[in-house]
Design a protein around this ligand. Structure first.
Ligand code: ZN
Length: 331
């Protein structure tokens, strides 16, 4: 796919005074596919900034010898989201970054400024059946368990690179007969300890972190629209909802003043119900951290705090008991 070597790209980065963390193995020639030509300097710097924002997380989450091969910002949304919320709103809550390593693809939720949030997924290459493009230019992942994922906002050139890297890694997985066990093709990963959380579970077995259940955020948004989105940290979306809610309150009061009590109540309930459904939709799509073990008094009383701290730091670096740790060594 590319003719560049690692050293050529490294020399270019050095020339531009851009220094990536030496602790993270980067496949520079696929991360920076072009180093000469028009507007290339700006593109290299954009990519560099993106990597720098991810580095603190990557340092934590990557296993030994796990190499970062491709990083792509994108948007993750489904058609139903667009109908439910309008495409503008979707954009504020579905920014993501795909990180392709030699072991898996991470999908990391980021905020509007590209800073990672604590919602992750991972997909092993053994779980990918096909990567394709939709009629509208979106990237489609067909997974083994029948799930189809759609990512928009990836330019055709990057889509080709993505397809190439997926194909290359799938081939390596097949050749080695490497098929890590999973609970679903796209695994949810704990935002606190990075262990896998099976579908329908809202508490991490490994570290005790708790996640918002859809019903909990739905109830909050029904009582007070935008509340559910505030707790899930979809701040921009929540602020827009809050603005909408003040209008609804205004209309409701106006209706009451005119004596149209039923119309006022119907308007109020319908608007709140719509907001609650939207929050439920967002909560079922991703895990949203509610509390970490350090924030939970019940965990404090059950466990010696000092021991808990030690266990956390071990989990962060050693990944003790992690299912694929040994197998990953072979890659
Ligand atoms: Zn955890």
């Amino acid at each position: 796919m590319q003719n560049l070597t690692h050293d050529e790209v490294a020399a270019k980065l050095w020339e531009l005074n851009l220094e990536l963390s030496p602790e993270i193995p980067y496949r520079l020639e696929t991360l920076f596919p072009r180093i000469e030509g028009w507007f290339v300097k700006g593109k290299i710097k954009d990519q560099f900034k993106l990597l720098k924002r991810l580095e603190p997380l990557l340092t934590e989450i990557l296993l030994d010898r796990e190499e970062v091969q491709l990083v792509l910002p994108c948007n993750q949304s489904t058609l139903s989201d667009v109908f439910l919320m309008g495409s503008l709103w979707v954009g504020t809550s579905t920014c993501a970054v795909l990180v392709l390593t030699n072991l898996r693809i991470y999908c990391i939720r980021v905020n509007d400024t590209g800073v990672p949030q604590q919602s992750f997924w991972q997909i092993y290459y053994s779980q990918i059946k096909e990567v394709d493009q939709s009629l509208f230019g979106d990237t489609l992942f067909y997974l083994k368990d029948g799930r189809k994922l759609k990512y928009s906002g990836i330019v055709p050139e990057d889509q080709r690179r993505l397809q190439f890297i997926v194909w290359e890694n799938c081939k390596t997985f097949r050749k080695q007969g490497f098929e890590p066990s999973v609970s679903q093709s796209r695994e949810q990963v704990c935002g606190h300890c990075f262990d896998v959380i099976p579908p329908g579970v809202y508490e991490c077995d490994s570290c005790g972190a708790q996640y918002w259940r859809p019903i909990e955020v739905g109830m909050r948004s029904f009582i007070f629209p935008s509340w559910g989105d505030f707790v899930m940290k979809h701040t921009t979306l929540a602020l827009m909802e809050l603005l909408g809610f003040t209008f609804i309150i205004g209309f409701t009061i106006a209706a009451f003043f005119e004596g149209k009590y039923l119309a006022g109540i119907i308007l109020y309930v319908t608007a709140n119900l719509a907001d609650a459904l939207m929050s439920v939709q967002l909560a079922t799509r991703a895990l949203h951290l509610k509390s970490t073990p350090f924030e939970r008094p019940d965990m404090w009383s059950l466990t010696n705090p000092e021991r808990l701290v030690q266990e956390q730091s071990e989990a962060g670096t050693g990944y003790e008991g992690y299912r694929v740790a040994d197998a990953a060594e072979q890659l």
